[in-house]
Unconditional design. Structure first.
Length: 480
């Protein structure tokens, strides 16, 4: 009716928003008071049931406007410890009260109209004042509907939307009452008796309009109070989230509304070997996808670990280790006479006692056998994971040792170059690091084998070396 709801800018001043909503609601209350008083006076003096029904309608509009004013004062309060989702439901509750009052009005109007049509005829006196009041009422209702609709659309306020809808239908019902009075006047002037009943018929029409508006409001308010998801929003969110890279599934999407805010709970399935940091990145992407569908939404993303369809035996072994918050590497699997044997390296805190470390490894190995029954045996090499920064010192370059190491590197034709050799002494141990250049197209598995072989040969040629670190680089690397 008033267009799509505007996207609220989070940087927009909340004080300005509250002031604007309260001002338009307060103006609506003042206007409703004036129109209700005029209709009551004219309705009593003319005896017109149509005007009196409009007066009753306007009186309930006044009550509704007061409720709306109170509700927007409360609904804009921020969330607190007792109302974690904010106070937006107050707007839906106020709209529910307005609906109940409108339906009550319909019962009274219909009862009186049927009574005048069939049991107790009442003569009315259409006057110029009656027509003027209805015209003024229509003009004021038009102004109120436009003002309320603009602010309701700007801030997506359900309470203000209900008020705006009320006053837009008041224009038509006032016009019908004025038309009924005109028909009564014509009937008197030209002696057409059946036109004398046009006024209660107009009142019945007003009641019908109220019932129509009430049912629409009732449906919206009940949906809001029962946390009914916006039509089609769940499907659009699921389709948007499915486009996020790395998801295995969208397990569940739940949406609820409170005031002008939406709240979405999204459960997604991720590969169980995804890191916690990557899981957070995916959650951020899912949140952005939801905001593309419902911009003003508070999103909570829950990640569920799932086994990927393309998991191999290495992934399954690492998944068990990850479940224990352990890091395995250099996993190798051998097929010996149809039986699989696994060897792996496992890093554990260097401060951990051997027995505790061994117990944790034993438990992990048992779970790996349960997870991958085809594995016959597992051998785990426990390594200490450094937890302290070691004091060390740079060693002055040893030209003789460098030449020895470079000579060893020439034994491997696939090593094109060795450079940036550094030496350190840590806890009386000698550490050596270097960069080696390999052909661009060389497979990583072959690079690893060559690096391991080179490390062994370095230690054979220089037994004083305790640790060797080799950094492989492609031949096209130009950062040297």
């Amino acid at each position: 009716m008033w267009g799509a709801p505007a996207v609220l800018d989070p940087e927009f001043g909340s004080d300005a928003m509250r002031a604007e909503k309260r001002a338009v609601a307060a103006n609506s209350v003042l206007a409703a008071m004036a129109i209700t008083a005029l209709k009551i006076v004219v309705g009593v003096t003319t005896g017109s049931l149509g005007i009196l029904s409009e007066a009753a309608h306007s009186f309930l509009d006044l009550i509704a406007a007061i409720i709306t004013l109170l509700s927007v004062r409360v609904s804009d309060k921020p969330a607190d410890a007792d109302h974690q989702y904010g106070h937006g439901k107050v707007e839906s509750f106020s709209a529910f009260i307005e609906t109940s009052l409108l339906l009550l009005t319909c019962v009274v109007i219909i009862y009186e109209a049927v009574k005048r049509l069939f049991f107790h005829h009442v003569d009315i006196e259409p006057t110029l004042a009656a027509f003027l009041v209805m015209l003024v009422s229509m003009a004021v209702d038009f102004w109120r509907s436009r003002a309320l609709g603009r602010i309701a659309n700007k801030y997506d306020s359900q309470a203000l939307q209900a008020d705006a809808l009320h006053f837009s239908t008041d224009i038509w019902s006032s016009g019908v009452v004025a038309f009924g009075l005109a028909l009564v006047l014509i009937g008197r002037k030209f002696g057409v008796p059946w036109l004398f009943d046009a006024d209660p018929v107009a009142a019945l029409f007003v009641a019908g309009v109220i019932v129509f508006v009430s049912t629409r409001l009732a449906r919206k308010t009940v949906d809001a109070l029962l946390d009914t998801a916006p039509a089609g929003a769940r499907t659009r969110i699921i389709n948007a989230v499915r486009n996020v890279d790395g998801l295995l599934e969208v397990d569940r999407v739940r949406i609820r509304r409170a005031g002008n805010r939406y709240f979405a709970d999204v459960s997604i399935g991720l590969a169980r070997n995804v890191t916690f940091q990557r899981s957070g990145q995916v959650a951020d992407e899912v949140t952005r996808a939801v905001h593309n569908v419902l911009p003003n939404t508070d999103v909570v993303v829950h990640s569920i670990p799932r086994p990927a369809l393309a998991e191999n035996i290495f992934d399954r072994v690492r998944a068990v280790a990850t479940r224990h918050n352990l890091n395995v590497h250099d996993v190798s699997v051998q097929d010996l006479d149809g039986k699989l044997h696994v060897e792996q390296h496992l890093e554990m805190d260097e401060r951990l006692p051997l027995k505790d470390a061994h117990d944790r490894v034993t438990l992990m190995e048992e779970e790996i056998r349960e997870e991958v029954p085809e594995i016959a045996s597992i051998l785990t090499h426990i390594e200490s994971e450094p937890a302290t920064i070691e004091p060390g010192e740079q060693i002055v370059q040893d030209a003789e040792l460098e030449e020895r190491l470079k000579s060893v590197a020439t034994e491997f034709p696939e090593i094109l170059d060795m450079h940036d050799i550094e030496m350190k002494r840590v806890r009386d141990h000698v550490y050596v690091s270097c960069h080696c250049t390999f052909p661009d197209e060389l497979p990583l598995s072959r690079v690893h084998d060559l690096s391991t072989a080179l490390e062994i040969r370095f230690k054979q040629a220089a037994p004083e070396l305790f640790r060797v670190l080799i950094h492989p680089e492609p031949s096209t690397d130009n950062r040297r």
